[in-house]
Design a protein around this ligand. Sequence first.
Ligand SMILES: Nc1ncnc2c1ncn2[C@@H]1O[C@H](COP(=O)(O)OP(=O)(O)OP(=O)(O)O)[C@@H](O)[C@H]1O
Length: 227
Amino acid sequence: MNSIIKCENIIKSYKMGQTRLQVLKGVNLETARGEFVAVMGSSGSGKSTLLHILGALDKPDSGEIIYEGTNLARISAARLNAYRNKQVGFVFQFYHLLDEFNVLENTLLPAMASSSVIKWAAISSDIKKRAVSLLEKVGLADRLNHKPHQLSGGERQRTALARALINEPRLLLADEPTGNLDWQRGSEILTLLKQLNKEGQTIIMVTHDKKVADAADRTVVIQDGKI
Ligand SMILES: Nc1ncnc2c1ncn2[C@@H]1O[C@H](COP(=O)(O)OP(=O)(O)OP(=O)(O)O)[C@@H](O)[C@H]1O
């Protein structure tokens, strides 16, 4: 397999007071470049936990994540930050847009995540053009100045998708991207994901819904802490 990311024997538990809840009990998953994989499983099975670990938003107790041949456990904090920011794009169920910024600004935010001060003027015109073209692609060309509260749910998720793609990530991680949308709006997001995948985007998407998973090339299921 022409692997982009591979995880081996991932174990993850959460400590709750005196007890420890083991959620992932040895997960192995390999994803090829250009693949669209759906991760299914019942509520609480550990789907989001796995996605967060793949995106380095969380660390496993043990096990290895190999991204493009590099073991994420063996790189510096700075390189791990760069991985999170540049190689991976995230889409979440509840969008996680920032209310004080408009659609264009929200899309641009990851392009300057390395700075703690927001300096719009410092963003290159190429990146701004890319943001506008991504927003056109997701059908939001006439919503650039809208704030998140002035958008429908589908429009918010399409903004989040444009934001996830601004740094040209090689891996798109989507956590229940249609989970908060009606079927019509959800289908629009899935159509966009399929289109992106056709253009070469590798996607790993978490869902509990078989109909949503059908958009992917391959579905894996987490059950009893394993795939
Ligand atoms: N920070 C945390 N502290 C303690 N327990 C947690 C934490 N995060 C998740 N859990 C528990 O771990 C289990 C797996 O959670 P996770 O969110 O990965 O499941 P999921 O399969 O994505 O579920 P859903 O489909 O309901 O979103 C759940 O039982 C949850 O309660």
